[in-house]
Write a protein that binds this ligand. Structure first.
Ligand SMILES: *Cc1c(COP(=O)(O)O)cnc(C)c1O
Length: 234
């Protein structure tokens, strides 16, 4: 085993233990929660290490980085699912639909429409979509305020090439994660009244995965706790 693989394996072990403990505390089966390793700023070789260690769900936040990385990983013959979790510009949709299995960050009607057209033209199967919610209503950091959620959800659900699967959110920096994910859980419950199959809740990162699991996260997006601290170049 290379040094890097051993380092990732050690980190992964700790994160899996945290997840198992959080699930146990919440009375949820561990299989309820999918770990997405967010590999932004890290190379395709790290994705290969993760795949070898049993992590099949990989997250990225910028198309410029993700598209070549996904191609490199495919070249290695590795089969992983790609989650696009960052802000998505409409001119990147045609690229993203070619490799992404799930887009977590749809936060507008026009974006949903553009992504839908790109998915219809650029892929064989419908694209799984989460609507990103802004928990504090400050849309400058991405996400739709809860009171505009219905419009965006409707726009996604109306497009045959997209499948509305649920919600994603990032806890605001100045909120207690428990308060943030509690609010998110209520929003998700309301969404499921109209869209009962939209049962994915993507919430929780390295620092707050326990709170997210306590409030129903089905997917956690973990970067630094698995891969190490990123250089500050975002
Ligand atoms: C980078 C990123 C993550 C992972 O963050 P960590 O704090 O490193 O775990 C999760 N979600 C999104 C949207 C990200 O951009």
């Amino acid at each position: 085993m290379t040094e890097r693989r051993a380092e990732i394996a050690k980190n992964l072990h700790l994160v899996r233990e945290r997840l198992a403990a959080a699930c146990a505390a919440a009375g949820r089966p561990a299989a309820d929660v999918t770990l997405i390793a967010v590999t932004k700023t890290y190379p395709a070789s790290d994705v290969a290490h993760l795949a070898a260690l049993g992590v099949a769900d990989i997250g990225e936040n910028r198309d410029q980085e993700a598209a070549p990385k996904a191609a490199a990983v495919a070249e290695l013959g590795l089969d992983v699912r790609w989650h696009f979790v960052g802000r998505l510009q409409r001119n990147k949709c045609r690229s993203v639909v070619r490799y992404a299995d799930m887009v977590h960050s749809v936060d507008g009607v026009r974006l949903a429409e553009t992504l839908g057209r790109a998915a219809a033209e650029g892929r064989a199967r419908p694209l799984d979509v989460l609507v990103q919610v802004s928990i504090d209503g400050d849309a400058s950091r991405g996400g739709v305020p809860a009171d505009s959620l219905e419009r965006v959800a409707e726009a996604v659900a109306a497009v045959p090439s997209l499948r509305l699967r649920g919600l994603m959110a990032v806890a605001p920096l100045d909120w207690r994660p428990e308060a943030a994910f509690d609010a998110l859980a209520r929003t998700a419950e309301r969404l499921r009244i109209g869209y009962p199959t939209a049962d994915v809740l993507s919430a929780g990162m390295s620092a707050d995965l326990e709170a997210a699991v306590a409030f129903g996260a089905t997917h956690v997006r973990i970067g630094s706790a698995v891969l190490g601290n990123r250089l500050p170049l975002e």
